[in-house]
Ligand binder design. Sequence first.
Ligand code: SIN
Length: 277
Amino acid sequence: MSEPQVRPVSDALGAEIEGVDLNRLTDAQFERIRAAYLEHGVIFFHGQELSPEQHEAFAERWGEINVNRFFTPVEGHPRIALVLKEPEHSANIGGGWHTDHSYDDAPAMGSILMARQVPPTGGDTLFAGMGAAYDALSDGFKTTLETLRAVHSSRHIFGTESKYADAMSDRFGNQEQATQDVVHPVVIRHPDTGRKLLYVNPGFTIGIEGWDPEESKALLGFLYAHAMKPEFHYRFTWKKGSIAFWDNRATWHYALNDYPGERRLMHRITVEGVALS
Ligand code: SIN
């Protein structure tokens, strides 16, 4: 069995891995891939031919599968979330900077997204590195941020009052379960590597604990503008059979919605995580 070739794709985050068949991974190959995932925050593969069952089997090597309660599952595969945009849809799933599951007490460790059908052009996904974004802040500001905690919620995205409720009615469900808010530190330490990471995101963070909305908006606005600088980003172009596996603690992502009238079909499995500190 060959050694996986790991090629970093940017300074801030990401590595493309070649020379492996994810259906036939040896333990040594798995450990090399795991090290790349922890080092780079998101890893990419092309040309993988994984059935839904094989996608699940790959996910289970990393931990228990976390079933997202809001996404419509793939038919016959309740543990796989359907990430779909049909030609007649205008809204896509994930079309803004966010990290998955930050609204949970123990946010999912990572998401394994597999491309089943891609549009002829467009449909790329942007990724941002929260370790690089944190590192680039001044020491004084970092010290202040480390004293703060942020509130995260699912209700404005998945709840009954969501502005996406109509556009996503055929792709999201269980709106009544989008009721809880959770608090996480603004700066977390990665549970496996100990690296410090900025842990707020425009999708699900709704404020700073103990601050009023205007104060929260000002600080979060600054942090978002900072993390949205292109030097922290990588843009991934999908092909059928591509996989992106990102670490939800270390990255943001943004699915571009630039393929009107075309179909894009992805399968996503999330893997359980731990409480963050
Ligand atoms: C997501 O936000 O999980 C979906 C990302 C994508 O479709 O590229």
